[in-house]
Design a protein around this ligand. Structure first.
Ligand SMILES: [Fe+2]
Length: 587
């Protein structure tokens, strides 16, 4: 007899999604997805109705079969009302109508982050450091300790955190938008010292009060519309645009905020080590996406081992919530097996073939060595394989791949495919057993550690301007298909590394379904699409044919999105009024 736990956020979160854990006495399984992947819009701030439907479908169950719903809270511990500052009408409307009559638990947002990283780690004992923008009640930094599946809270600091300061510089000075923090990190090595941000450190406290204001200037409305956006930075500054972003002034800003982040992470790392006396550390919260700062923390705070949860930003909250329910409400001790970050559902090969046949898309079947050869010949390739990744990094199942030896391919991908800023680096995916030959690192399965590359001249397109690289190590257990592909590439080129970036166009979420993969392939200038060993070559199609197929595919997806939402509304909600729903969405 199985039990099921559903985890969802309770307020309009940019990274909303769902996770279901299924378990019995001797089995535990899971599925998790972010809403943006299903509605094909980044940071949708909508109730994760499609994600819940996706997770239920995966286990072939209904909402009624869920035994426990776990959620976080914001400002007030109330389920039906997302608290005054988060009066996001559509979100609360769906909650009111949700056909769920069983138990709902609400836990602290930072505790959910802590559960996500501790319960998916291999550690029995660990210090847990959470740093993000805002927790349930304005928390920015929290210390926890994990011991024998129990998470104890030690200390929390509210108000001025590095997460909010980093976002403020990213949005209000560098003008790189919501979720643009990774771009700031990429820009940082182009700048130099220019001390601009004053802050004080005292234990867990990180005080930026001389530099910035706090709520309501960092409230949700800032993300929604430029008209509602207030600048949380105390002094006024010039704002960058696409043309002048590489000017010294802006590069120095990126450098300065990155430098401050590294100092803060090192400080907090040392402080939590002193206070917990642990040898292992788990990291989560949006700030843990800063792979450069993570590595500095790890080295300077002298932990023996460090684990960063792949969906460490709020996209990972649903899994943290359901894991918390599993280990604490149901008091289960068996950990989930989290060797890889592939938490989505897989798509059957026959369905992929059917889709290709329906749209008369020619494909060939090729062996792994042929695939590797295609990459080694300078082609830009997209790979769709198995289940999708949790969190923002593509880890070989929804990836764009290329030959990192070619110094020009980086710019080519940026111009032809990703349409993004030229200063942003691409990451290397390396066979784990060769990692130490190429990088100052043993293992980094989730691309959340950035280290120096020992052979930058061998893989110029997968290292940054400062010779650092955000490494993904790949082993057989984690991803057999991807491992074999890199191995074949190694046989041909003597380089055990592929350039790996996410399979999407600029401003789009990662592709989720085979249909998304085809749409992205036909709308960009990717040379080949690999559905594992089924290969589509762009040369099969004229420009006109590509456009025609693209439009038909896009139409089909639009219909599917509408149909999926209708189905979710019908199966998950009661007394639903379309008019009321549309009205609330507009607010
Ligand atoms: Fe968070």
């Amino acid at each position: 007899m199985f039990k099921y736990i559903l985890g969802i956020q309770s307020f309009a979160n940019a990274d909303s999604g769902a996770c279901i854990i299924k378990f019995s006495n001797n089995l535990v399984d899971y599925v998790a997805i972010s809403e943006e992947r299903l509605v094909r819009k980044k940071f949708p701030y909508t109730f994760p109705i499609n994600s819940i439907s996706y997770c239920l479908d995966h286990f072939n169950i209904e909402l009624n079969d869920i035994d426990l719903l776990v959620s976080d809270w914001i400002r007030e511990k109330k389920w039906k009302r997302s608290a005054p500052a988060y009066d996001y009408q559509m979100f609360d409307y769906i909650k009111e109508k949700l056909k769920f009559k069983k138990q709902i638990l609400q836990i602290n947002h930072h505790l959910a982050h802590a559960a996500s990283c501790y319960y998916t780690s291999k550690f029995n004992n660990a210090a847990i450091l959470i740093i993000d923008h805002n927790g349930s009640d304005l928390e920015t930094n929290s210390y926890f300790i994990g011991n024998k599946n129990k998470i104890s809270h030690l200390e929390t600091y509210k108000l001025f955190g590095i997460g909010a300061a980093y976002s403020a510089v990213t949005k209000n000075i560098l003008n790189l938008g919501t979720g643009g923090e990774g771009k700031t990190m990429g820009l940082a090595p182009y700048g130099g010292k220019n001390k601009k941000i004053e802050f004080k450190l005292n234990g867990i406290k990180t005080d930026f009060s001389k530099f910035m204001l706090r709520l309501p200037f960092s409230d949700i409305l800032n993300h929604e519309s430029k008209n509602l956006r207030a600048n949380p930075i105390k002094q006024s500054h010039k704002q960058a645009n696409k043309k002048n972003i590489m000017q010294k002034y802006f590069c120095d800003w990126a450098h300065e905020i990155q430098d401050v982040s590294e100092k803060i992470l090192v400080h907090l790392g040392k402080d939590i080590k002193k206070k917990t006396d642990q040898v292992n550390i788990c990291l989560a919260g949006g700030v843990a996406l800063n792979c450069v700062a993570n590595e500095k923390l790890f080295k300077k705070a002298r932990f023996k081992d460090m684990y960063v949860f792949p969906a460490c930003s709020d996209s990972g909250i649903p899994m943290g919530l359901s894991l918390w329910g599993y280990h604490n409400f149901f008091k289960k001790s068996k950990r989930i097996n989290f060797d890889n970050a592939y938490t989505g559902k897989s798509y059957h090969k026959n369905d992929i073939i059917k889709l290709l046949t329906r749209f008369k898309i020619k494909y060939e079947t090729k062996c792994n060595s042929d695939l590797a050869k295609i990459i080694s010949e300078g082609n830009i390739v997209s790979l769709f394989s198995g289940k999708s990744e949790y969190g923002p990094r593509a880890l070989g199942n929804r990836s764009i791949l290329a030959d990192p030896r070619d110094p020009n391919i980086r710019d080519l991908i940026n111009i032809k495919v990703k349409h993004r800023e030229l200063f942003r680096p691409f990451a290397p995916a390396v066979l784990e057993e060769y990692c130490q030959k190429y990088f100052e690192l043993e293992s980094s399965p989730f691309m959340l550690r950035a280290v120096k590359c020992k052979k930058p001249k061998k893989i110029p397109s997968a290292v940054h301007i400062d010779n650092s690289a955000r490494v993904q190590t790949v082993n057989k257990k984690q991803n057999l298909f991807f491992y074999n592909l890199i191995k074949e590439f190694f046989k041909i080129t003597n380089v055990p590394v592929l350039l790996n970036t996410s399979f999407n166009d600029a401003g789009e979420p990662l592709v989720e379904t085979p249909l998304d993969a085809l749409i992205c392939f036909f709308q960009t200038k990717i040379d080949y699409l690999f559905f594992e060993n089924y290969v589509i070559d762009t040369k099969y199609f004229s420009l006109k044919q590509k456009k025609e197929i693209y439009l038909k595919l896009k139409q089909l997806r639009q219909k599917q999105i509408v149909d999926n939402e209708k189905k979710a509304i019908k199966t998950l909600l009661s007394n639903f009024s379309r008019k009321e729903y549309e009205d609330r969405k507009k607010v």
